[in-house]
Design a protein around this ligand. Structure first.
Ligand code: ZN
Length: 410
């Protein structure tokens, strides 16, 4: 993504300030002469910031302003080990609400809407982010938080909620419950704003059709404000990112090299205005790509694709990055193939060999399927694989997220 002049000016001022003030970035950039950062190319030589760096700064090592300027902290859930604490100034809280208001507006939400907020409140950034943005917009917030399905549905009916804010899994649970109870006629929802995680087209379609709503993907992470730094529009072609607050790059997760627009890699974000805990080139581990060209909606904000997965799910074969959602997408276009597959990567006689096991639907001709999938894989993902169709039920099922890619090379 090309850095704009305005972004460059903000980043440069920020670098100079951070270096002068001491603390986290003065330390991290001690070998960098920030006065010599004169272009985007120079900026791309700056070191990345990793989640591990943020953990090491626990509890308040990231704080970049005096104590009297901090009004709140949030913390990332920290599935492993030490959590990350992000301090916010009053201006940060305000900027976040402003971005979130813009998200609602992009989704066509107005002050006449009633916004049902089911993400959690507390240390996590989700619930309060949805709430502050909605209040700034002037809509009525129903601050439910998660859980207690009976109460959720009752409030949804009695208060005539029109917008549901939820994770995809919770939205699906509510949709199924509404269908099961046969109360769809009493639900007034028109739109769903769904926290961006990787979710398949099938799930999206089920939520949208069972709830009778139009869905929007909202993006964000605790380290960078929280949800609300970008959202999809009516055209469903990626998410607009608020580039007056964040600068984003997409890099090769293995080499860190910045990738051209359109190529899939890891999203890296630099905050432009954040005061409490600014971040420079933060590695999000989210896989996406910058979408070239303009959106039909006419908004000037650049877009990234919906999140395609996490870098941890990715493998590199013959110089090509492969991740599970790409294979799922490819298989969805092949008629005789089910969604179940396994990809095996082996190293034999000095070469990487990929074998794709795919469950074939009962009526499919396995011989033709083999050729068709091989062709589709080559075309969409860019490498040659050995395709082995198997019968439905032959591949293992798991209640949890099952492993589909087996890298046997090391
Ligand atoms: Zn758009």
């Amino acid at each position: 993504m090309k850095m704009t002049e305005a972004q460059f000016v903000l980043i440069r001022e920020q670098l100079i300030r951070l270096k002068a003030n001491g603390g986290f970035y003065a330390d991290k950039l001690r070998d960098v002469d920030v006065a010599r950062i004169q272009s985007q190319e120079d900026f791309e030589t700056l070191p990345f910031t990793w989640k591990g760096d943020l953990r090491e700064a626990y509890p308040l090592g990231l704080q970049a302003v005096p104590d009297e300027d901090i009004v709140r902290i949030h913390s990332s859930s920290g599935t492993t080990g030490t959590p990350v604490i992000i301090p916010y100034t009053a201006q940060d809280v305000e900027d976040w609400a402003e971005m979130f208001k813009r998200c609602y507006e992009t989704a066509g939400v107005t002050k006449l809407d009633r916004i049902h907020v089911t993400p959690g409140y507390g240390l996590w950034t989700a619930g309060i982010g949805f709430q502050n943005g909605a209040e700034r917009l002037g809509a009525m917030v129903i601050p439910m938080g998660p859980g207690n399905t009976d109460k959720q549905l009752r409030m949804m009916m009695d208060l005539r909620s029109t917008v549901l804010c939820a994770t995809s899994s919770y939205a699906l649970l509510l949709a199924e419950e509404i269908a099961k109870r046969g109360i769809g006629g009493q639900i007034c929802l028109k739109k769903g704003i769904i926290g961006s995680e990787r979710w398949g087209e099938k799930m999206r379609h089920r939520i949208a059709s069972e709830l009778g709503v139009k869905l929007y993907d909202i993006y964000g992470l605790t380290e960078i404000y929280g949800p609300g730094i970008g959202i999809s529009c009516d055209y469903d072609c990626g998410m607009h990112m608020w580039d007056d607050y964040v600068f984003f790059e997409v890099v090769d997760p293995k080499t860190g090299k910045v990738l051209p627009d359109g190529q899939v890699g890891e999203l890296v974000i630099t905050t432009l205005r954040k005061q409490g805990a600014p971040l420079i080139r933060y590695r999000t581990h989210d896989l996406t790509r910058a979408l070239p060209g303009d959106c039909p909606c006419g908004r000037p904000y650049p877009r990234i694709d919906t999140i395609l997965g996490r870098t941890d799910d990715m493998v590199k074969v013959k110089g090509v990055n492969i991740f599970p959602s790409q294979i799922e997408e490819m298989l969805a276009t092949v008629k005789g193939a089910s969604s179940e597959y396994q990809l095996m990567i082996d190293h034999m006689n000095g070469r990487d060999i990929c074998t794709l096991l795919v469950e074939a639907n009962a009526e499919a001709n396995k011989y033709l399927l083999e050729a068709e999938i091989g062709e589709a894989f080559k075309q969409k993902i860019g490498i040659t694989v050995v395709v082995k169709p198997v019968d439905i039920g032959e591949l293992p099922r798991s209640e949890k997220k099952s492993t589909r890619v087996f890298d046997n090379r090391y």
